[in-house]
Design a protein around this ligand. Sequence first.
Ligand SMILES: Cc1ncc(COP(=O)(O)O)c(C=O)c1O
Length: 394
Amino acid sequence: MTGSDVRYSPLIDRIHSDGADGWEVHAKAMAAVARGEEAIVLSVGDPDFDTPAPIVEHAVVALRAGDTHYSNIPGREHVRAAVAETMAAQTGLDLSSRNVIISAGTQGALLGASLCLLGAGDEVISLDPMYLTYEATLCVGGATMVRIGQPASTGFRPDVAAIGAAITKRTRAIAITTPNNPTGVVMTRGELDGIAALAMAHNLWVIADEVYGGLVFDGEHVSIASLPGMAERTVTVSSLSKSHAMTGWRIGWAVGPETLIDHMDALQLNVNYGVPGFIQEAAREALLTCDAESEAMRTTYRRRRDLAVDILSAAPGLSVLVPEAGMYVLADVSSLADSSRAFANDLFDATNVSVLDAGAFGEAAQGWVRIGFMTSDEELAEGCRRIVNFVNGL
Ligand SMILES: Cc1ncc(COP(=O)(O)O)c(C=O)c1O
């Protein structure tokens, strides 16, 4: 049944983004695994760790105690307060629960911020390469995305002058991701100062995705909201998905000015009626008591980064960008194949190792592939060795 003569709303055109095509090799790898075939999946964005036991236990206890009813829409007071305290401790900002809404992951917070800040006729400046959902999420309300390249030639650093030159009367917001997916670049205080100055000079919002903020290896993670004058015009979105291996729990948050949070609350009433209470309780436990578990994961990712970079660097013709944060390493394959997509496909067909075409994240990353390290050291090392052998054989 296709329903071919029925009509859909105009937003349908805006929610189907090309980014999804980038996952075809990953889908192929998962299908191979499902058939029981051997494959090394380095294309995934999901931590291989289990959620730490105290967090799971907390959810189970809450469920057994009957925490299965509607929860309050913007999140429970003490859970919002835990997020406010955590971010206040990291940034020095004066925050309360009124500055926080609990959402269905960073993704839910991004969509809420987008719908409350951006409308038809608005422009949002976004830095390319960017996470695959951004175009659809930021443009669903009718805004236009203006992509500014973070060029490979600069190590995918933000180009503050180019951002400034792209600002028009229609610009409403600048969306940034630090640390970045897929590049692993952590913006410096100086870069953020430059973006903050533009936002203040042109009365813009900044939408700051900091979901990898807990996984920094080199340099410091700076929240742009903490820079002078920025808290009132910044919405910071994040979650426990990466830092605490909680992708499937679907819990995150937005932190911003109270009025924006009130608007996002009104929207959330109509979207999902709030995040389940037992999940909120587990997330609070994670925030308050699981720093050591999160730190252990960061240390492991750092070790795997070094391992992957070490092995991949042995392949002549494959240049690797050492990520400052996150769970992925980018490799330049532009001199090895017609396109990074073709490289990823050929690599999988020849070696059963799946990596992602980073070109799916934006034009600036065409010619690069993203290699994830959400697998054991042994499997990661074997995957990287197969990549090196494949490249050597080209
Ligand atoms: C940059 C970025 N933002 C947001 C998300 C979505 O995260 P969450 O699970 O918190 O919704 C991801 C997931 O990979 C991501 O890479």
